[in-house]
Design a protein around this ligand. Sequence first.
Ligand SMILES: Nc1ncnc2c1ncn2[C@@H]1O[C@H](COP(=O)(O)OP(=O)(O)OP(=O)(O)O)[C@@H](O)[C@H]1O
Length: 805
Amino acid sequence: MVGTPPQDVPNPPDGEGPQQRPPERPEAPRPILRRMQEVTQGKRQVQGEQRDTRDLQEHLQRLRARRELRLQTSREELSLSKPDHLPEGNLPDPESHLEDRVLQVVHEKRTLQAKLQEMREERALHMKLQEVQEKLERKQKEHADMCRMVQEMQQQVEEMSNQMGGTDLEKHRDLLVSENSRLRQELRLLRNQVDSASNQEISALKERLQRMEQEENERKALVCALQREVQQKAERLAEAELRVRDSVRERVEEEERLNRRLREYQQQPQIKYVVQTVEVESGELKAALSQAEEQTLYLQEQLDRHNRTLHEMKKQLQHEQQEATKLRAQVALYAAELERVQAEMVQEFQALQDEKAVAVAGAYDRAQEEMRAVHHSLDGVRRNLLVLQPALRTLTQDYNCLKRQVRDFPNLLSQAMREARDEFAEGVKSVQNANRELLSKYRRELHLRKECHNQLVRLRGNIRVLARVRPITDDDGTGAQNVVTFDPDDDGILHVTHKGKSLSFEMDKIFTPSANQEEVFTEVSPLITSCLDGYSVCILAYGQTGSGKTYSMEGPPANPGINQRALRLLLSEVSNRSDSWEHHLSVSMVEIYNESLRDLLGVDCNTSLDIKISPGTAGELYVPGLTQRNVRSMQDINKILEFGHKQRATEHTNLNAHSSRSHALLILTAQGRETSTGICTTGKLYLVDLAGSERVSRSGAAGERLREAQCINRSLSALGDVFSALRSNQPHIPYRNSKLTYLLQEPLSRDGKALLLLQVSPAERNVSESLCSLRFGDRVRAVELGVPSRKIEQPPSSSTETSEV
Ligand SMILES: Nc1ncnc2c1ncn2[C@@H]1O[C@H](COP(=O)(O)OP(=O)(O)OP(=O)(O)O)[C@@H](O)[C@H]1O
């Protein structure tokens, strides 16, 4: 049926699907107005048709009345035999109105057919509308599912966000909430759009459908009314025909009666004869005859007129009968057509109903299938939910656990930090203590090691090598770079940076630039005092020109060096030992310049001295003519040193330049006698300020300077050879290769003690010479002179001998 609402697709069971919420139908004023206008027009049309029907009925009634009236008049006229009573004009024509009506019915039939076509289209539209509605319902269901899922997700997110507390989680929650709200907004917009579009379409289609249904009903009612009307009119036509037949019969009877009367009038010849007779016989009769003749003419005319009328009526009757036959045939035709159209309409309506049923069944099947698919997916979702729920619970538990941990984490962290800090502080403290302890132990060990080493050195007779690094001076130039660094924990190690590399050297002791004369002297003093015990001892200051050899050995007057301090120490030691020992100290000062030995305390210091073996001794050396000055007090020392210095200065105009190119030796001889035993000792101390060790190539010397340099190099090279031979325990030590080594044979022999004081310049420009000096010192360090021996002379009762200690 057209007006039957579409069957709803069954909803899923409670709780399994979203509640179907009917979409809000927006107002559509325009279609309603249009529909109202159409309804009003239809009403007007119906009213017009009703009016027409009423008019028709009135017209028929009027016709009937007029016909009755005319028939009555005719009857009266005929009954009165007065022809002037007969009405003029034609008889009424009810069949023509019927024909109009039939035409109108045909027209309405065509209109109905057009509307039927329109209804078919509407039906198709209705089917489409149903499909759209079904799709819309499906979409609405999906949308509701989505909404529900979004709400569930939102609830979960809110629950999670309620459970969560950290800043990151809040950020995450905010992000999710904003994303969710955005999605909801988009969804809402989409839903609004879909709702508005679909609602408008649905409402328009529904209204159209209702209108069509209403029109169809109206048209059905109209068809029924028209059928009834046609029936009534057919009945009325039959009645009219009966009446026409009656009137025709009456007219025929009337005509017969009139004919009869006419014949009666015509059968009155006696009267005509009597009148002619009366005309001849009397005027009165003549008048009566003329009157009768007039009467006869009038009746004749009347008769003619009635005859004509009768003839016309006959013709009209025939015509009307023909027309009525035609109309009847047409009516029958139209009725058949109407029946056929009705049958077609019924058939089409049935087909539409079948179509609709099929479509509804198909839609229902599809909906069922979709419902099954939805249920299937819902089952999948449920299963997933069943799997996910425990995981979610576990996650929630983990999360709660983590949250607790996160909540407790700052406290734990601060506590752990505190504990760690305390532990760290304790550790640092203990490490510091341990370090301090270790450092002290290390230093103690170092000291012990040094002492052991010194002992070993003493026992082995190693040559001790000390290094002294002078400070940067103005002579090094402005902005001179310092390339020498020191080990803070080991005073025997220094590092020299050369060409980007750090080279380390180990010495027995290293004096930094801040070390003063006293410190240096303290280190060497045990060696110095050992000469009072009968040892031959020498201290050599080695280094390039300007490295501080003279500063360390002589020193400025205000801050004297090893020489003066040694003499002072020996004096004080002599004094200290005076109870048991008698010591006699004598000093000589010599200079070796260009391989000539000169006496700086002698009268003529230009005389070159020789070194000779003392006769009657086992190769003891002595320098014939060398001045020896006795030393008993500091004044003696100062005088001697001043004298020797003066001698050196007067001899050379440029003392500094000269001193760089000559070896200066202060030789102290200590002769002692132990008062109790009469044992005599002879010790010698050689304090040597060597000439500069720089290379000739670097100094660019020539002529006299070259000779000086060559002499210096030769003597230093001879010194190196001696050390090398001693180190490798060669049987022959080449002492005699130079005056210097020859003179120092005793202390540099296996009976003596030697100490090399390396003077090092820290300036970068002197780095190669500094490295040469340090390497030289490194080699010298390995030299073992052997166990030194004291030179002891037994008292005169016993023979003189040299005993080893
Ligand atoms: N330890 C030091 N403290 C302060 N100044 C020093 C030190 N060592 C050396 N000097 C200064 O460096 C300069 C050069 O020193 P010095 O004359 O002793 O060198 P040198 O090696 O004896 O040279 P040369 O071989 O030419 O005699 C001097 O002016 C000296 O005062």
